[in-house]
Design a protein around this ligand. Structure first.
Ligand SMILES: Nc1ncnc2c1ncn2[C@@H]1O[C@H](COP(=O)(O)OP(=O)(O)OP(=O)(O)O)[C@@H](O)[C@H]1O
Length: 270
């Protein structure tokens, strides 16, 4: 009889665990089905440590973005998501969760910078004003704090009324980070945030993320393995919708446990 078990499932996944008190977010048996039946993520159980950067790596279509998007319910309208996502003792994959409020705590930065066609200042204050904040002094303070945290303040402080669309791609991406930070999230999800940027902008963005690590927990999809090894503390390797290995970035890149991980790191496929 034909053996339908794909070879990768014969490798025992190697998954790092943390003390509960050190975790900011965790998933249990998270599975995603597009169109109701096509499963593209299989029982992913991962814990994310507070104030670290975790990289999600793997070949094209391996399920990294699918997994990431679950963490602040971006898949709600496109897929069925089974399993648990635990955040502060709540399963945020449950239907009674206020997704709008959740996304203030778990923000997202996308692959392509997507500032609003508004001024730099308005990009930062938009959601705060929509939330009822009217105190100009407080808004100005948050604009400055967020732009400073995203390492953009010095470049734009004299032009806050300029259109965000007139900024360079790298500046726009840092503005999108500032916009997310204005809501004071605990977790930042980043889906290939540097893929549309040139090397200089990428390097600036990486420096910014490294600085943000002291205050935020970040989970980042990246295709760029040098980038994962440069800035992340932990790395999860995805393959065909399965998490194959999750460990310190140092271990994943220098001492991977699984053959698939090793082959991917060495560039044999992907
Ligand atoms: N909205 C969707 N509807 C149907 N299938 C989807 C959807 N989004 C993703 N998929 C499928 O799910 C699988 C995983 O895709 P996903 O984008 O999560 O992979 P990825 O690892 O992030 O890939 P890449 O690095 O190329 O962005 C792929 O087969 C993809 O075609």
């Amino acid at each position: 009889m034909e053996n339908k078990t794909p070879s990768f499932t014969k490798e025992q996944p190697h998954i790092i665990n943390f003390d509960k008190k050190d975790c900011i977010l965790s998933t249990k048996d998270l599975s995603v089905f597009y169109g109701g039946t096509t499963q593209k993520l299989f029982d992913a159980s991962l814990q994310f440590k507070k104030k670290t950067i975790t990289a999600l790596i793997g070949g094209s279509g391996s399920g990294k973005s699918t997994f990431l998007r679950c963490l602040n319910r971006m898949n709600d309208k496109v897929a069925r998501v089974d399993g648990e996502i635990n955040y502060h003792g709540l399963d945020i994959n449950k239907s009674n969760i206020n997704v709008y409020e959740l996304r203030k705590n778990i923000g997202m930065v996308f692959q392509r910078p997507n500032p609003f066609p508004k001024s730099i200042r308005d990009n930062i204050t938009y959601a705060l004003i929509a939330d009822g904040e009217r105190n100009k002094k407080k808004l100005d303070q948050i604009v400055e704090e967020s732009l400073r945290a995203a390492a953009l303040w010095d470049e734009v402080k004299d032009n806050l009324n300029k259109s965000a669309l007139a900024l360079s791609g790298g500046q726009q991406q840092r503005l999108c980070i500032a916009r997310a930070l204005a809501l004071k999230p605990e977790v930042l999800l980043l889906d290939e945030p540097a893929s549309a940027l040139d090397p200089v902008s990428t390097s600036k963005l990486e420096d910014t993320l490294k600085q943000l690590r002291s205050d935020y927990s970040m989970i980042m999809v990246t295709h760029n393995m040098q980038q994962a090894s440069r800035i992340s503390d932990y790395t999860a390797f995805f393959h065909l919708g399965h998490v194959i290995e999750y460990d310190t970035t140092a271990n994943i890149f220098t001492n991977p446990q699984g053959k698939l991980t090793e082959d991917y790191i060495r560039g044999s496929f992907g």
